[in-house]
Design a protein around this ligand. Sequence first.
Ligand code: ADP
Ligand code: MG
Length: 319
Amino acid sequence: MKEFQLIEHFFNSRAQSRRDVELGIGDDCALVQPAANKSIAISCDTLVENVHFYPDIPPQALGYKSLAVNLSDLASMGAEPAWMTLALTLPDVDEDWLKAFSTGLFDAAEYYGVSLIGGDTTRGPRSISITINGQVPTGTALTRAGAKNGDWLYVTGTLGDSALGLDVIRGKRQVDTEYNEYLINRHYYPSPRVLAGQALRHLASSAIDLSDGLASDIKHVLKQSGVGAVIDVDLLPRSPALTDSLSETEAFSYALSGGEDYELLFTVSEAQKGALETAMAHTGVAFTQIGQVTSGNELRLIRNGERFNLTNIGFEHFS
Ligand code: ADP
Ligand code: MG
C-alpha cells in the first residue's frame, strides 16, 4: 500500500468535514473558515514510541490518546475544538495497526467535533504528532497567568489514576480486579475536560491542564501569575480505585505527582465562586477545591494545618 492509498483508506474515508472546512485532505493545504470574533487556539503534541508510549500500547488507545492529549490543551484555554492535522511516522505499513489506530483517533474526533484536515506520512521510528486548532471568543481565553492572591484553587476529576493505571499495565502493581479496567482506561483513554474549560471562560482567573502531575504543573501557574499557593493534601480528590489500592501516603504521592491525568487545575476569585458552581453543574464534570493562591512564589503543602513534606513519602518514585 502506497502513502496516498494509506491516507485515502484509513484517514480520508472517515474524516468528516465540519461546515467550516472549505478544503480538507488532498491538496497542498487545507482551508478553513474561522468564525467571526474568535481567536484560533493552536497547540501541538507529539507522542514518540518508547518515550511517550510503550510498543505494546493497543493502537486504538494510542489513536484516541494522541488526540485526547491535544484536546486537553484546548480545554485548559477554554477553546472549542475544530480542526487537526496528523503527522504520522511509521516503521512499516501495518494495516491492522492502522485500522485500530484510526478507529481510536476518529472515535475521539467525532465525539469532540474535530475534523482531520491534513497531515503528513513518513517512514521512521513510530511517532504521532497532532496539531490541534480550536476557537475561542477573542479576549476570553484562559491562560496560566492571572491567578491572584486569595483566589481559590480547584481541580477537575480525580488525581493519580493514570499513573497507577500505567503501573498496573507495566506489572509494577497489582490492584483488586474490580479496579483493573478503570485504572487502565484512565491511562489509555483520558477524558480531556473540553466542556469544563469552556464553562470556565469569564470565571477562572487562570487554568492549566495536568500532564506532568499537579505538583509540577502548578509551578507554571505560580510562575506566570507571580503568586504562591497552599494545597491541603487531604482535599486532593482521589478515586476509590486509588485509595483502596494504595496506602494513604502512596495515594497522596500519586495524586500529587502522578502524570497524565489530563484534568484541569484552575483558580477562581471569591466573588465568582457561586457562578462557578452553576456553570460547572451544567458540564457534569466534578471539581474540588484543593487550596488557595497566596502571595510570594512558593507552593506549600499542608495537612491538619501543618507542613506536609512530599520527599518523605517517596516522591522519587516519579522523578
Ligand atoms: P505534500 O507532498 O504536498 O505534502 P502529501 O502527499 O504529503 O502532500 O499529502 C497529500 C495530502 O494528504 C495532503 O492534503 C496532506 O495534508 C494529506 N495527508 C498526508 N498524510 C496525512 C495523514 N497522516 N493524515 C491526514 N492527512 C494526510
Ligand atoms: Mg507531505
